[in-house]
Design a protein around this ligand. Structure first.
Ligand SMILES: Cc1ncc(COP(=O)(O)O)c(C=O)c1O
Length: 494
């Protein structure tokens, strides 16, 4: 493959032009809404609560609603459309592939899969540690496969993960989720907090170490006073204690996200180097879930690069294809890959390495390289971070603005002094409907009125991300809407 040439990307200050074609033409939206309400199974809402949210099209960092309103996507959907909706290079790559393929299975070698692997291993420079990649379709599958590989490699059954982590939704993986409400459980819509864990899914084989959540340390410490004489953080000491209590010889891996995407927490800078030293010393694999952080989100290709460590196995998805088509992967270290080279892995996935998905991966990664995307993410991320820190200073309801690259969050508090959250259950549970409206929903509603969609899944936190093709003018629009929403929430502060 020829060397990738870096081209000038869209200027950072250039406003995003209105680009959506007239996508609503000829669509009967009343009918769409009716079929949706009647037949589709919906997540995150009871049948009574559910309201259709018809979307006609999406382009760049905007979505156009059926009523023609154009919304700035300040949530980047599920933090997954890294290069924006309908990036021309990705669209062209998929179109070209549809001229050649409908489908072939993963037992056949396509040009697209080989090119995708080479782009990841060589051009993006995943690093010397990496040996092989297996391609799959979704993030959950990739993490599931990572756990499976770790168990087969080590012959051990336990997985240590952390509170406030999120790794996927299936029966087997739901127990890996340390944000309790995200364990594919049921939350009542009637006002009480009752909910049901999936029977037997959070199996005894998942164990939760404390999240590195310095703003509200789950084990009662204060950063940086939590360090011992050797400089080791209290949460790292607690993690080692947990692994030792279970018995390292029975632990297949320590499973983490570099930045907790559902839990919305970025660890202190020392955390991962200490975790890595500890997992190596105890001979436990580090299973790095980069489904959300992979491919530039934090201003580096992968989260582990931010912290200058390397994993044993890594799962990727979302940003791998900028979510244009389902595509995911599991990257094995050389050592782990050499082990599996000796064996037949007796299974297959129908959609794993789908040729159209692999073409989308190629178009996406080539676009990232050509547009020198890391520099852009760092520049936009610094601008966004300054804007959010300014909001933190000016609003009584913002306890903390934290983040990196284009992945940020705001902690909403009743009082900056006490850090008391608006809704007591915070990250422990899915928030169910009660008389109290979640603080994040109040801000979300006002932002939406201003034409800006934000992430408001947890009751006291706001999740902010954008496509890397956004401009500073787009971010200004988002920040102005947030300013309005937070001003309303300030009224509820002590
Ligand atoms: C860190 C992480 N792991 C795994 C997943 C699951 O990915 P998917 O929704 O593609 O199955 C997600 C999704 O948000 C994620 O953020």
């Amino acid at each position: 493959m020829s060397k990738i040439e870096v081209k000038p990307a869209k200027q950072l200050d250039e406003p995003t032009p209105p680009g959506a074609p007239e996508a609503s033409a000829g669509v009967d939206w009343e009918q769409v809404r009716d079929w949706d309400q009647r037949y589709v199974f919906h997540v995150l809402a009871t049948a009574d609560e559910y309201q259709s949210n018809p979307v006609a099209s999406a382009d760049g960092c905007y979505v156009t609603l059926a009523d023609g309103r154009r919304i700035f996507d300040f949530a980047n959907q599920l933090i997954c459309v890294n290069m924006g909706h309908r990036h021309p290079k990705i669209v062209a790559a998929i179109r070209e592939a549809t001229d050649k393929f409908g489908y072939v299975w993963e037992g056949m070698t396509t040009e697209y899969r080989s090119r995708a692997a080479k782009l990841i291993m060589e051009d993006i420079g995943v690093g010397e540690w990496a040996g092989r990649i297996r391609f799959l379709s979704t993030g959950t599958e990739a993490v599931e496969n990572m756990v499976l590989f770790a168990k087969l490699y080590s012959g051990r059954r336990n997985i240590v993960t952390r509170t406030y982590d999120y790794h996927g939704w299936t029966n087997a993986l739901s127990g890996a989720n340390g944000v309790r409400g995200y364990r594919s459980s049921l939350a009542s819509g009637s006002g009480d907090q009752a909910h049901v864990d999936v029977p037997d899914a959070p199996s005894a084989n998942y164990h939760y170490a404390p999240a590195p959540h310095c703003y509200r340390c789950p084990i009662g410490h204060t950063y940086p006073d939590c360090k011992d004489e050797s400089g080791t953080l209290a949460c790292v000491r607690a993690t080692e204690h947990l692994i030792r209590s279970i018995g390292p010889e029975s632990v297949a891996g320590f499973l983490t996200e570099p930045a907790q995407g559902a839990g919305m927490i970025h660890p202190p800078k020392e955390y991962f180097s200490q975790i890595r030293e500890m997992t190596k010393r105890l001979d436990v694999l580090w299973l790095d879930d980069e489904v959300m952080t992979g491919f530039g989100r934090l201003g580096e290709w992968f989260g582990y690069k931010v912290y200058d460590v390397t994993p044993d196995i890594m799962a990727v998805a979302k940003g791998l294809s900028s979510s244009s088509l389902p595509a995911a992967g599991v990257v094995l270290s050389k050592e782990v890959a050499e082990f599996f080279d000796q064996w037949r892995f007796n299974t297959m996935s129908t959609f794993g390495s789908h040729p159209l998905g692999m073409a989308a991966v190629c178009g996406n990664l080539e676009a990232m390289l050509e547009e020198n995307i890391l520099e852009r993410v760092r520049d936009l991320g610094a601008y966004l971070g300054d804007g959010l820190k300014d909001l933190e200073e000016r609003h009584s309801c913002v306890g903390l603005a934290s983040g990196r690259g284009l992945m940020w969050s705001l902690e909403l508090v009743r009082s900056k002094e006490t850090r008391e959250p608006f809704i007591a259950v915070d990250r422990y549970s899915t928030y169910t409907r009660t008389e109290e409206t979640p603080a994040s929903a109040i801000v979300g509603r006002i932002c939406m009125e201003e034409g800006v969609a934000i992430g408001a899944f947890l009751p006291n936190s706001i999740r902010l991300a954008t496509a890397f093709v956004a401009t500073k003018a787009d971010l200004d629009l988002g920040l102005a809407a947030l300013d309005k929403g937070l001003t309303e929430l300030d009224r509820y502060c002590d």
